[in-house]
Write a new protein. Structure first.
Length: 632
């Protein structure tokens, strides 16, 4: 079911159509296209001149300056401008991580075909003159602008000029003969783009030129040699067959093509970016598809390709790279995901270590994610790739110690000891006792905890343990002896972590969130979150909730799932369960942070199977409603 927010696009076109039929001027709030789009935030806009036209640089603050999207706005050659489209292009450029040049062209009352195509070619040439390499340029447009982009690419191809790396198309107008069947099949759904009005507009644009001219209607052109094309269209728009026909024509010419048709959507629905989840999903798909085409700089000096073998030994391969990017934000790019893939074999152990150091599976996962971010940005400092695993453990250890110190946990106990205390004889844990030791170490001060984990659970040598914790072999022996002696006096199994009850207002808010989530009422769920709520999905996304395809991904999941209140390590969380036969199985937890009676942060651990994979029934439970409130 389409969101309530997506109705704004339909109302916009219906209002324009009614005004057009009646001859009345449409209300400004309805006719102004840009009101559909939310401000993207973190984007600067700078005017410039391209040929004889004013253009707009769209500059996300965290984007690469030498990767540029040339965007031509739509509007049927009678409307649209750099100002109607600046916010939507801002969302798209920000999602891709590039700058954008939002260019314009003559309206139909200023000049006729093919003047507009010449102006599009001029924009491409102007970018090259500014030093932007064609291989670092992508071309994009909507409606008439999408048609101009494809026509300009054909002109460049025919002239033997370099082409952009890829083309993005939104509801492209590719057939000025209006021959698509969707003009009839969607006639009742699309109030504005009726065949008669499109025919009249095409005649004004062409001024007597054949409507089947290949530059005017690319569905009749030879598309051989064009760069990869990603087309998006709304299922309910009358122009949808234009995109389908172009996709078929391009594939027949050997061009790489992707076509996505969005159910229930109308023309250029991406203009609702930042307000409607369907638009945000479309923007995210465009960005994810096109990023690899821009030939991004790779991490500096070294990257590691890691394979896990049966004995947990790590084999590595190195190759030269350069220009390490900053910490990934928004949808994580292919480069960072590739790094995560290389260290996959170490992550479960890293999580176990961080979990036992912090006493929480979720805090442990958060610290492991921070460890991987730090490693990603410092990979050039690793001289020997065979040392990857202890290097990651060293980073994780330092972060765990900082975390524990920030909590002021066991500071007094830790300060009561020093490295030069005499060794107390104590036997290390046997292999069969590893799991018990792992669960009990939470009773120890941080240094003893780390030494016992590294030596007795993860089988590091005394020398390796000393290097990881920043101590000497003698200091490690002392810490081990103290820790082992304390563990010997503890019960075989620790007392289970008691569930921490929520205050009634927070409990009711979370229950409301769960109820709406299970009903797929995404508008209702959004109503429980703050305007600047943050979202982190492990391995995928870190940024504003409103800029993410988060709810769309749950909606599209083909499996049967539900969400329930629960606890993990005594902490109230939300648990996502999937149906397996006649049983419901916990798949992953979700942390929801509440401030001022609204949800201001969501942390989804769906890509972290180790978080629940080793949890016992006492660690991971569904929580009845009275227990959430701390009542029996």
């Amino acid at each position: 079911m389409n969101s309530k927010q997506s109705l704004a696009n339909k109302i916009h076109y219906e209002t324009l159509a009614e005004a057009f039929r009646s001859g009345r001027e449409s209300p400004q709030e309805a006719s102004e296209w840009s009101v559909l789009t939310a401000e993207p935030g973190g984007v600067d806009y700078v005017e410039t001149n391209v040929g004889d036209k004013t253009a707009l640089w769209v500059q996300p603050k965290t984007a690469a300056k030498d990767r540029v999207m040339l965007y031509l706005h739509g509007g049927g050659y009678v409307g649209g401008s750099i100002w109607t489209h600046r916010k939507m292009v801002g969302h798209l450029a920000k999602a891709i991580g590039c700058y954008a040049l939002l260019a314009t062209y003559d309206y139909v009352f200023q000049s006729k075909f093919p003047r507009q195509i010449e102006q599009a070619v001029t924009a491409f040439e102007w970018l090259a003159e500014q030093g932007v390499a064609p291989k670092h340029t992508i071309a994009a447009g909507d409606s008439a602008g999408a048609g101009l982009i494809v026509a300009a690419a054909m002109k460049l191809r025919d002239a033997g000029r370099p082409l952009p790396a890829a083309i993005l198309s939104i509801s492209g107008w590719y057939d000025l003969s209006a021959s698509g069947h969707s003009y009839e099949s969607n006639r009742e759904k699309d109030a504005f783009f009726q065949k008669a009005s499109v025919d009249m507009l095409a005649s004004q644009v062409l001024g007597g030129v054949d409507v089947r001219h290949p530059l005017a209607s690319p569905i009749f052109a030879d598309l051989k040699g064009l760069p990869p094309i990603y087309l998006q269209a709304g299922e309910d728009e009358t122009l949808v067959d234009d995109s389908r026909a172009l996709a078929d024509r391009a594939r027949a010419a050997g061009v790489e093509v992707r076509l996505d048709v969005f159910p229930g959507m109308l023309h250029s629905f991406q203009m609702m970016a930042g307000r409607a989840p369907e638009a945000d999903d479309a923007i995210a798909r465009l960005a994810q598809w096109v990023r690899p085409s821009l030939v991004w700089p790779q991490p500096r000096q070294y990257a590691l390709k890691v394979r896990r073998s049966h004995d947990w030994q790590i084999e590595t391969k190195m190759w030269q790279l350069k220009d390490m990017p900053e910490r990934p934000t928004g949808l994580f790019d292919a480069q960072y995901r590739a790094f995560l893939e290389t260290v996959w074999g170490v992550r479960a152990q890293l999580h176990r270590y961080c979990t036992r150091m912090t006493g929480s599976r979720l805090d442990g996962e958060d610290l492991m994610q921070e460890t991987l971010f730090e490693a990603y940005t410092k990979i050039e400092t690793l001289d020997d790739p065979r040392r990857l695993k202890p290097w990651l453990f060293r980073i994780a250890h330092n972060r765990c110690i900082d975390f524990v110190r920030r909590r002021h946990a066991r500071e007094r106990a830790e300060s009561a000891y020093s490295d030069d205390i005499g060794v107390i004889a104590a036997e290390p844990a046997t292999t069969d006792a590893h799991r018990a030791v792992e669960r009990l170490v939470g009773h120890l001060p941080p240094k003893e905890r780390a030494c016992v984990l590294l030596k007795d659970v993860f089988d590091y040598s005394l020398e390796e343990t000393a290097e990881l914790v920043g101590s000497t072999v003698g200091g490690v022996k002392s810490a081990l002896s103290r820790g082992r002696a304390k563990l010997a006096g503890l019960p075989a199994e620790p007392v289970g972590e008691p569930s921490r009850p929520l205050d009634p207002d927070t409990a009711r808010l979370l229950q409301r969130y769960v109820d709406l989530f299970n009903r797929h009422d995404w508008d209702g769920v959004r109503g429980l979150t703050s305007a600047d709520a943050r979202l982190r999905v492990a391995d995928c996304y870190d940024g504003l909730l409103r800029s993410s395809p988060y709810f769309v991904e749950y909606e599209r999941n083909p499996e049967t799932w539900t969400m329930e209140l629960g606890t993990i390590d005594g902490e109230p969380v939300l648990l996502v369960l999937f149906q397996r036969g006649d049983q419901w199985q916990v798949a992953w937890p979700v942390r929801v942070h509440v401030a001022g009676r609204v949800i201001d942060r969501i942390e989804d651990y769906y890509a972290c199977p180790w978080v629940v994979g080793n949890a016992s029934e006492s660690d991971l439970t569904l929580t009845p409603w009275p227990a959430v409130l701390g009542r029996a």
